[in-house]
Design a protein around this ligand. Sequence first.
Ligand SMILES: Nc1ncnc2c1ncn2[C@@H]1O[C@H](COP(=O)(O)OP(=O)(O)OP(=O)(O)O)[C@@H](O)[C@H]1O
Length: 675
Amino acid sequence: MSDLFKSVSYLSGVGIKTQQALADLGIVTIQDLLYYFPLRYEDLLLKSVNEAHDQEKIVIAGVVASNPVLRRFGYKKTLLIVRLLLDNETIPVTFFNQPWLQDKFIVGQETLVYGRWNEAKRSLVGMKILSATALTKTSLEAVYPTNKKIHQKTLIKLIKQAVTKYADQALETFDDPLRQKYHLLKEAQIIRGMHFPQNIAEAKAARRSAKFRELFLYQARLAQLKQKNAQQTNGISELYNQAYVQQFIQQFDFTLTTAQKRVLKEILDDMKAKSTMNRLLQGDVGSGKTAVAAIAMFAAVTAGFQAALMVPTEILARQHYLKLKPLFDSFQLTTTLLTSSLTPLQRRQELSKISQGRYNIIIGTQALFQADVLYQHLGLVVIDEQHRFGVEQRRALRQKGQQPDVLLMTATPIPRTLAITYYGEMDLSVIDELPAGRKDVATYWLRFNKLDQVRHFLQIQLSKNAQVFVVTPLISESDKMNLYNAEDIYQHLQKEFSNYRIALLYGQMDSEEKQTIMQDFQNQKIDILVATTVVEVGVDIPNARVMIVYNADHFGLSQLHQLRGRVGRGQQQSYCILLADPHNKTAIERLRVMTQTNDGFQLAQKDLQLRGAGDLFGSKQSGMPNFKLADPLADEQMLFWAHQEVQQLFAADPQLKKHYPLKMYLKSQSQTSLD
Ligand SMILES: Nc1ncnc2c1ncn2[C@@H]1O[C@H](COP(=O)(O)OP(=O)(O)OP(=O)(O)O)[C@@H](O)[C@H]1O
């Protein structure tokens, strides 16, 4: 075995305690340590205090002008003041809580101090004393992310030891032609340049190569996962009945768009193949994804399998059930709704029927994948992905039960940059066309001083029988945030529009109550629905033509787009009114963009620019990989290159026979998470 994969305990000075502390940082092997790169460097370049900016960290060199003075405050707190004579002025340097430095300052001796410059006081808050040799040896000192259990200095020592002994054995990620093509460094140069750069240029070059390496290896892991998925056959070839499927499609009161037909073919081809389908269906709000999914589910049943549809909320599950059941009924298919609001007895009965195969189509929330739900012959699972699964969760899901084909649906338009990272291991189908006759939702941004106009507008719309959504960020009053809340607005509207039927809906409500309200709204027994973002996803009520969002600046662009997508689903003109008094430029820009375009892709691109990837996917739980050095947005070009090279490499050498180091690397990472 290569030394690289040996435990860090092989290094001298690593006992059980240090080993544990390193493990907490994710460092187990020598290789891990070699690639444990610094976050940044302390800039140790000498600078004259006249060149330094206020609060800049600098090193000053001077002669100790007087004995340091130590002051103590309370328990443990100290202040050490020493005066250093620079070229032609004396600078006071203060150290907080480092009393032991007192003995290090000897009057008349030249000393180097690293600290933060205070321009107003012309003084330095000292951080540490440096030995004179520090300057000549290296001018950049790495700063590592660490925890309380292990000190920077210990870490640096160990890294130094590992680099000296093992850097030259590091596995080359890139072969020569690739390295030359993109001007990348050899592995040992990357490692040395990252940890102990001799100058800024070296640090920069190493960082560029290290970023490329990180993106390349991540893409390689995705490619390998995709390869494994493709080889993993569930042995299920869903030989659906083409003629029945055609009949099923004909019962819709519309014809499929060209884009719907194209993605449907991609999906059906996957289902017919023996390998397990692993596909992402992407399409803007209202582009007709659910219709495509229903056809695929029907096809699975004609091939003799069960099909399941999993959605994020009970409201949606019920909506899909009510809408799809009649379609399936007319072909004598049996459909059930499985949610957590069933009584234990009902649930047991349903589960027993599912396991006996007495239901063809099963619709529900996460309840569909609880351990006690056994299917008789599950062929296809469609998941409406508001759960935002990460790569790892998707992997877990596929390994469940009989490895059914999986179709993920998302309405979040994902720019390509992110698609190749976030969904890199999946096949992608895109519905890039809306059904004919759709009108853009006319969108306006108004400040709260225009509320009167909004009321007037509402009056007119209601008189034309339009149904209205009113969305607020909060349910009830909050002392923390000065925002509109659903309860107050509900009460106000009841007074102002006493001739109309108004209801209030929010997430924590009893599920039966929620269902009744949604059904009443669907059946036009309610005119105005005041709600929190529970209506954000998937709700499909064609007669709802007005969406009013209070404090719209408190929602992200994608979220606003989703909310707006709840109207404009029928033939008539719809409206979206965003109410906000935004306080910053970004929020103003977001609201402007909303009024300018209805195109989800353009909005997502804008959102990325304005807020970064984390926000698009809702930060941590998003499953967005956590890169240490690279930033898929800022380093977009590099990401494309890495993606392209990995694709070519895997196509030419799927077994990685000619890329042994890469193979070894992937093997060493097979147990670690991709998220
Ligand atoms: N080709 C089509 N022509 C006309 N109407 C269509 C077409 N496809 C779907 N629809 C209708 O458009 C509406 C939206 O379709 P669907 O619910 O399938 O979209 P979706 O992409 O799932 O939307 P969302 O992401 O908002 O949930 C539905 O009322 C549906 O019946």
